[in-house]
Write a protein that binds this ligand. Structure first.
Ligand code: GTP
Ligand code: MG
Length: 482
């Protein structure tokens, strides 16, 4: 039902064609019902039996020949709008080969493209993964019973047929991981066989409910493996480590809510809400700037046409607060306070952004260093082995002790106190910081602990002066208090 012409530039059919992961039958079978004209032209003698997953492909090759795709194509070409589709994609030998129809690995994340309805048949005919699974407002627990066949299917599927990508990021894995142990056979017995299938970027250990995955510290970005994602070219296929595809406008960080979603997704418990991956952002019909910064729960349900629900949308203040857009590049803000001009330079904190910092260091008078105090039990998106707070402390230590900044005032903000308060009751800080000696449940203790002997950031010349106030905590630079 979504016109193909609406798809550029984020979607490119070549994504669907790259061997060996693409399987045309999977694609066509899933979109045929919704795309009658122009993709499915009656004059294309592509037999439907070829397209239906329930019919073994092996039975169809005799009746299929690529030339079947060629002749009638000319009649539909005019209706396909470049550049999102080019007939050569269908014709050129490297991209398409009939052998792809015969023995491909059977799943590719491009099949998850929003243009393609995520139907159960798309995944595997026998997996009743309904599209409603994608809607976060529907408790997964009510659907999970129907997932139970997963456990029985896993062993029986031949290796190419099952792929961890069945765990689409839109499915909160933390939910799955809490349920899967109760499945029979247990996940742990399935995992060894998964490891046989795993492409480089996936490791079954990601599925285990060890710290990174257990709520509230689970974050779907952990599924994206350790190699840094290089914005702006994220595509779900990166999860499977196929060569990076480069649609221009998508980055997984766009998907990450750092604010509690519980208020807008009341049926999900807060820890899970805080880190949902939402597929709606993948939809190319979302136009910037909405596409880059906003997510609407109403957009998530596949039955709601994205284009229509967006038409009259005006973001509320709450929507804007919930938005998350990672800073890329260097963003300057000029403003005047009491006739004094200020220039604020905002840089991104992700590892890939840090090499840009040095460009801004000349002539600065002050550094505001932001650290999420609530992330003491979380790991980096770029490197799931590194604790976020440890990473922040290390960078801060480097900055604060750098001779370049001898006369630069430095303010350390430990923000997200609200999340810290929520988290202290649930996640013991001593698990990540055994040297911490205070009361792990007392906010004041933990806040002071960030700055005193336990978690202190020390200068190499003298201890830092530490102050605290009701708003937050400040740490003086090694030359002056602030
Ligand atoms: N709950 C809560 N959320 C906060 C707080 N401060 C910031 N956030 C949220 O944290 C998310 C990340 O904030 P950003 O301003 O994008 O963080 P950043 O440090 O600029 O991130 P980069 O640009 O990637 O370096 C946003 O969704 C903010 O709304 C806070 O004190 N409490
Ligand atoms: Mg930023």
């Amino acid at each position: 039902s979504i016109p193909l012409s609406s798809s550029p530039p984020s979607f490119h059919p070549s994504l669907l064609l790259s061997p060996p992961s693409f399987h045309p039958s999977l694609l066509l079978s899933s979109i045929l019902p919704s795309l009658s004209p122009p993709l499915l032209h009656p004059s294309i003698p592509l037999s439907s039996s070829l397209l239906h997953p329930s019919i073994p492909l092996s039975s169809s090759p005799p009746s299929f020949h690529p030339s079947l795709l060629l002749s009638p194509l000319s009649s539909i070409l005019p209706s396909l709008s470049p550049p999102s589709f080019h007939p050569s994609l269908l014709l050129s030998p490297p991209s398409f080969h009939p052998s792809l129809l015969l023995s491909p690995p059977s799943f590719h994340p491009s099949l998850l493209h929003p243009l393609i309805p995520l139907s159960s048949s798309l995944l595997h005919p026998s997996i009743p993964l309904s599209s409603s699974l994608l809607h976060p407002s529907i408790p997964l627990s009510s659907i999970l019973p129907s997932l139970s066949p997963l456990s029985s299917i896993l062993p029986s599927l031949s290796p190419p047929s099952f792929h961890p990508s069945l765990l689409h990021p839109s499915i909160p894995l933390s939910l799955l991981s809490s349920i899967l142990p109760s499945l029979s056979p247990p996940l742990s017995s399935i995992l060894p066989s998964l490891s046989l299938l795993s492409p480089p970027s996936f490791h079954p250990s990601l599925l285990l409910s060890t710290p990174p995955l257990s709520p509230p510290s689970f974050h779907p970005s952990l599924l994206l493996s350790t190699p840094p994602l290089s914005p702006p070219s994220f595509h779900p296929s990166l999860i499977l480590s196929t060569p990076p595809l480069s649609p221009p406008s998508f980055h997984p960080s766009l998907l990450l809510y750092s604010s509690p979603l519980s208020s807008i997704l009341p049926s999900l418990s807060p820890p899970l809400c805080s880190s949902l991956l939402l597929p709606s952002l993948l939809h190319p019909s979302l136009s910037p700037p909405l596409c880059s910064s906003l997510l609407l729960p109403s957009l998530l349900h596949p039955s709601i046409p994205l284009s229509s629900s967006l038409q009259n949308y005006i973001p509320s203040r709450q929507d804007i607060l919930f938005a998350r857009k990672a800073t890329k590049g260097i963003v300057e803000h000029d403003f005047i306070i009491k006739k004094i001009p200020f220039k604020m330079v905002d840089v991104g904190g992700q590892r890939s952004q840090r090499q840009k910092w040095f460009q801004c260091f000349d002539g600065i008078t002050s550094i505001l260093f932001m650290v999420s105090s609530s992330e003491y039990d979380q790991v980096l998106m770029e490197d799931r082995r590194t604790n976020r707070l440890v990473e922040s402390m290390n960078i801060f230590e480097t900055i604060v002790n750098n001779k370049l900044f001898l006369n630069v005032s430095i303010i350390l903000f430990l923000n997200k106190t609200d999340l810290l308060v929520e988290k202290l009751g649930q996640s013991d800080i001593t698990k990540n910081f055994p040297e911490y000696r205070g009361d792990p449940r007392r906010l004041e203790d933990v806040q002071v602990g960030f700055n005193t002997q336990d978690l202190q950031v020390r200068s190499n010349t003298q201890d830092l002066q530490v102050g605290s106030n009701t708003q937050g905590l400040q740490v003086g630079s090694n030359t002056q208090d602030l």
